[in-house]
Write a new protein. Structure first.
Length: 415
């Protein structure tokens, strides 16, 4: 849909890159207007709808399935994704979700796919996929696992928001975005100092921000900054060492990529240590993710590697600050208020970071770490649910049920 009137609304437009194995990446590039949604109203999504990718450049892109949660609505999908609405009077949508994400569900979809210029299926072919029937008791067990996983996600989001709010309270920056969008400056206090003539650069909200930044320090004084590489699409493979792009990154983690490089050839580019921070400077700029464990991957040139070089600042605190309004406002100012696809390294080095008292940093970092622990817990529950379906298929549901109870540390014994 190319009509501009179809966009810039509040209806999330889910595309292939948003659908990962088991979940939806909520960094949406487009939102539909009501008019745009009317054009594809047949696929308007409802809670517990399952969506599955059916067209992609490689096999790794198709057969990704996720389930729609109420808090994501309103939303719709593009033509590369199929909508599955389960009759929950017959079978649990959560069980179908687990099955489609299992080895057997994905390979059933691959079986019907065709290789032309792309890998693709159609809606009819998806409907041919057979789903093994298990007892309501086993399905109910999986329902519990899914619900508990989503509860962990909700608590993780609350914890992260609490960390953001603590930072905002310490800096007193709430309300800056609502400041007037102009400021009166003399020639001496504007162009002579900054060499910027664009009026957007001197908005009141930017003037208010910097005095609130406690113990300010330039980013370049806090971290070592290293660039990544850009091998070119000719180097892309379907196996090897993962190649991470901005589209694979969020402040909460790294998604599974469909692009790989020759591990032997790019061995020297693999250097992502625990507590380093990946920071995007191209495309979706200003996304910061602190690496939880050493990772074996290559990152694109759109991602910078930040390594903290002082004990005065904690990596978790810095990552949260880089994702906060403190830095996003500076990015907005550097761009003149426009949406930029490239952030100059020179401007990034000059970012002003508040170095709060280490006790406050520790409190914020603990909230962030607990949030990530809960997210990891949620992901682990979903993986165990998928694995239990595979065990039920390979052995039997009684064995799978017992395995699930023993391996999730969740009280499901009353089932």
């Amino acid at each position: 849909m190319k009509n501009a009137d179809f966009y810039n609304g509040n209806i999330a437009f889910i595309k292939t890159d948003n659908v990962r194995h088991g979940y939806i990446d909520r960094n949406f590039n487009d939102y539909l207007s009501e008019l745009g949604n009317e054009q594809i109203s047949r696929t308007t999504l409802q809670p517990n709808d399952i969506i599955t990718t059916i067209i992609g450049a490689t096999e790794k892109v198709v057969a990704r399935s996720a389930i729609i949660q109420k808090d994501l609505l309103p939303c719709n999908i593009n033509q590369n994704i199929v909508q599955i609405r389960v009759n929950d009077a017959i079978i649990s949508p959560y069980y179908v979700y687990f099955y489609l994400n299992s080895f057997y569900g994905k390979n059933y979809l691959y079986y019907y796919s065709r290789q032309t210029e792309q890998i693709n299926l159609n809606c009819n072919e998806v409907s041919y996929v057979r789903i093994p029937r298990f007892s309501n008791k086993f399905q109910s067990l999986l329902d519990d696992i899914f619900v508990k996983s989503q509860l962990s996600v909700q608590n993780a989001e609350k914890g992260y928001k609490s960390a953001e709010e603590l930072l905002n309270i310490e800096l007193h920056i709430n309300g800056i975005q609502n400041s007037k969008n102009y400021s009166i400056k003399s020639y001496l206090n504007s162009f002579c100092k900054t060499k910027r003539l664009d009026a957007e650069y001197y908005q009141d909200k930017y003037d208010k921000l910097f005095p609130l930044i406690k113990n300010p320090e330039k980013l370049s004084n806090i971290v070592k900054i290293a660039k990544s590489i850009e091998p070119g699409s000719d180097e892309y493979r379907q196996d090897g060492i993962p190649f991470i792009r901005v589209s694979d990154l969020s402040k909460f983690g790294i998604s599974e990529t469909e692009i790989y490089l020759d591990k032997a050839k790019y061995k020297s580019a693999i250097n992502h240590k625990k507590d380093s921070i990946l920071f995007s400077k191209d495309g979706s700029i200003g996304i910061a993710y602190k690496v939880e464990e050493d990772i074996d991957a290559v990152t694109s040139s759109a991602l910078l590697h930040l390594t903290v070089k002082t004990t005065d600042i904690l990596p978790d605190y810095l990552a949260l600050t880089l994702n906060s309004n403190v830095v996003q406002l500076q990015a907005e100012r550097d761009s003149g208020g426009s949406i930029i696809e490239h952030w100059r390294l020179g401007d990034i080095k000059e970012l002003v970071i508040p170095v709060l008292d280490i006790k406050i940093q520790t409190k914020i970092a603990q909230k962030v770490q607990e949030s990530f622990r809960l997210r990891n817990r949620a992901n682990d529950l979903l993986k165990k649910g998928i694995q239990s379906v595979e065990i039920a298929i390979e052995k039997n549901e009684e064995y799978a049920s017992q395995w699930l109870i023993e391996n999730t540390n969740v009280d499901l014994s009353q089932r």
